[in-house]
Design a protein around this ligand. Sequence first.
Ligand code: HEC
Ligand code: HEC
Length: 309
Amino acid sequence: MKNGIGIAIGLLFIGTIIGAVQLTQKMSVELPEKQVAAVSKSSSNSLTYNPPSLEEVPEGPIGEAITYGYKLVNETYSVADPYVGNNLSCASCHAGAGLDKDSSSLVGVTAVYPQYIARSGKIVTIEDRINGCMVRSMNGEKFEANSDELKAMVAYFTYISEGVPVGADIPWRMTNDMDNVPTPNVASGEQLYQKSCIACHAADGSGTDPNTGPALWGDNSFNDGAGLARISKMAGYIKNNMPAGSEGTLTNQEAADLAAYVLSQDRPEWKNHDKDWPNGGKPNDIMNKERREEVKNGTINWEEVLSKN
Ligand code: HEC
Ligand code: HEC
């Protein structure tokens, strides 16, 4: 009991100090705010994209972990088969195992975690974030906290993040959101899909190969709790990265039509939608089962789906 009181007083004391420090920091930062922003902007622009080569991984256990991590990210569906619930690799979306600068690059990612993620409503570590993609994008299971797989992935991401300062504002990070998505036309999306996408992703969306033409819908694709199940992210991803080899040729309207078509097809369901964004701010453009039904029976209200809150 005595100890408990001691700890409580101690905590109170520490709390006061932290409060005071925060206050002084706030006071000293508030005035030159513009200047500070300008400085951090120019420093982010000077970040160069220069991940180290996989041919230079160090010898020994850490090198082995990095190489295993690379293999896991590249061939997740087979190397981590017991954990993966579909037929995708991390590289199905993070092209080149996260090394492709323009396609959801993961270079620098270990420098920006832990961070607060609104979808989880809490501070998320890099391990949590990897597991977030495991249960949503891979429609699978989390790796155990101390597993070789999780350690290897973190070793790999740490390796390719070398040289990126902690907390850096990384210019190639999160570049696939489309800000103002035009009202989509699903029928046009379907026509365009048949013309420009089936060679790699198959007419029924089931894909031809996890790394050269991954499944876009159906049992072997991501579930509707994944980031790409949102129209804004899917449209941005398609616009920036597809069709592979001719990327950058689609208009925003075409990318939106394609995104709406792809996301109105059946896919695995995420069971915990109601637990996401626990502190509010849940986006409206998540294409869950209800939305897919609305597309099918013609009652979807795109204005509402695309509205921001
Ligand atoms: C179906 C596509 C898809 C697959 C497959 C996928 N991811 Fe992701 N991942 C995304 C998207 C989209 C984002 C960005 C989410 C956002 O904008 O909030 C993301 C974000 C991340 C982030 C956070 C990046 C950052 O800068 O904060 C990490 C780490 C990550 N993914 C790791 C993985 C790993 C590891 C795998 C494989 C186990 C994987 N992802 C599989 C689509 C995917
Ligand atoms: C030449 C083959 C090719 C064509 C054509 C192509 N893709 Fe892809 N697609 C890929 C590859 C390869 C990936 C894996 C990521 C990467 O390497 O860029 C991918 C990944 C994707 C993903 C994310 C992964 C997933 O499983 O959801 C989406 C979404 C996507 N493509 C949509 C499209 C759409 C829409 C079109 C038509 C406009 C299209 N693609 C045309 C090869 C292609």
